[in-house]
Design a protein around this ligand. Structure first.
Ligand SMILES: [Mg+2]
Length: 160
């Protein structure tokens, strides 16, 4: 099982990091990379289409799967020729792995939480791209989960 790990603090680094990993599948968390916590529907849909544009420019990418443990859903998904775009609400990360079983390897999981996104990445053999935004920008719930994840991180990703 691969335990690749990369971290970034600035979302502008994301396209370069993903390109270097040449994934066929990208599983990406929603809050806060795609849309802020508690943001409106239009912010979610704008974030989805921006991300799909970024992914489309990376030649290796065949599948983009948005996956959030929250229940929020967009009214429509961006359609791009040659790329499969999926959206999982109430994804139950990291417990549920079946939706990713048929997605092509290699893959990356991009997200802010080790306890959900990072554990999911290790379970499905993907590299974890850990987005680490400023703690002050996080609401209390995600901040607490992030703090717990900091304890888990050296156990899951030993080399880092
Ligand atoms: Mg998140």
């Amino acid at each position: 099982m691969t335990r690749g790990y990369e971290s970034l603090t600035d979302e502008a680094q994301l396209p370069g990091l993903v390109r270097r990993l040449s994934p066929r599948t990208i599983v990406v968390d929603i809050e806060p990379l795609i849309a802020p916590w508690n943001s409106r529907q239009d912010a979610l849909e704008l974030g989805l289409s921006r991300f799909v544009d970024v992914a489309t420019a990376i030649e290796s990418v065949q599948v983009v799967c948005f996956a959030t443990n929250s229940a929020r859903t967009p009214s429509a998904l961006p359609q791009v020729p040659g790329i499969q775009v999926d959206y999982l609400a109430s994804a139950r990360k990291p417990l549920r792995t079946a939706p990713y079983a048929k997605m092509p390897l290699p893959g990356v999981v991009i997200g802010d939480q080790v306890a959900t996104d990072g554990v999911l990445a290790t379970r499905i053999g993907y590299t974890f791209l850990h987005y680490r935004p400023a703690l002050a920008s996080m609401p209390p719930g995600p901040r607490l989960l992030f703090a717990g994840g900091e304890l888990l991180r050296p156990v899951l990703f030993r080399r880092h």
